[in-house]
Design a protein around this ligand. Structure first.
Ligand SMILES: C[S@@+](CC[C@H](N)C(=O)[O-])C[C@H]1O[C@@H](n2cnc3c(N)ncnc32)[C@H](O)[C@@H]1O
Length: 200
């Protein structure tokens, strides 16, 4: 889906996603010491707003102007920097301690470009948390896109991160790469979760 299609989707709903953070983002980020962060493809900013409430200085980036306008009007939004831009090409003004990407479902080669953005945005010592609908969700889970071309596996995502590290001359250490289950009202959704550190 392009930015215009996402704008239409957001405009049709009062609030498209949940108010609180994604459970895996929360689990992985809660133990970290707050610093600077980027929420890539932030949507209405549920993860960015939660991080900001913990003291992170967050930039929320999404190519949907409607989503960013909505997020920037939510309670607590003043603590977040809101940017309308494309995750495959955008670069932050300076590197950050944490990059979060949740449900940015892109086909190759756009996925590789977005992973480059994420790895390039990280300062050495920084952490990347990437959660996505898993490919197996089509057959065995609920919700999310049904096109396998935009559904990675944890192994593929981890390989993309390592490849981005090689392209960018960054040492990337994959610390967690697995399929995870997310209970929803309609049944269990299958996600993939990759957590990585940029060492240099
Ligand atoms: C499923 S929503 C997830 C939003 C948010 N991360 C969350 O978890 O609530 C996917 C988001 O990705 C954004 N998106 C898709 N492709 C993008 C791109 N190339 N650059 C920036 N945002 C993109 C869409 O506008 C949409 O807001």
């Amino acid at each position: 889906m392009d930015a215009a299609a996402w704008d239409t989707k957001y405009a049709a709903a009062e609030l498209l996603w949940s108010v609180g953070p994604n459970r895996f983002v929360a689990e992985e980020c809660a133990p970290l010491t707050p610093g600077t962060a980027v929420d890539l493809a932030a949507g209405e900013g549920r993860n960015a707003l939660w991080l900001a409430s913990l003291g992170w200085r967050v930039t929320a980036v999404d190519f949907s102007g409607v989503a960013i306008a909505r997020g920037s009007a939510l309670p607590g939004a003043d603590a977040v920097t809101w940017v309308v831009d494309d995750a495959t090409t955008w670069r932050p003004p300076s590197r950050v301690d944490l990059v979060v990407a949740a449900y940015l479902q892109l086909p190759t080669p756009d996925l590789a470009a977005a992973v480059d953005t994420a790895v390039d945005a990280l300062a050495p010592g920084g952490t990347l948390v990437w959660v996505a609908h898993d490919r197996s969700n089509v057959e065995h889970g609920v919700g999310g896109p049904r096109d396998p071309a935009v559904l990675p596996t944890a192994t593929e995502l981890a390989a993309e991160l390592s490849a981005a590290g090689r392209r960018l001359g960054a040492e990337v250490e994959v610390r967690r790469a697995e399929r995870v289950e997310r209970p929803t009202d309609g049944g269990t959704a299958l996600d993939c979760l990759v957590v990585a550190g940029r060492l240099s």
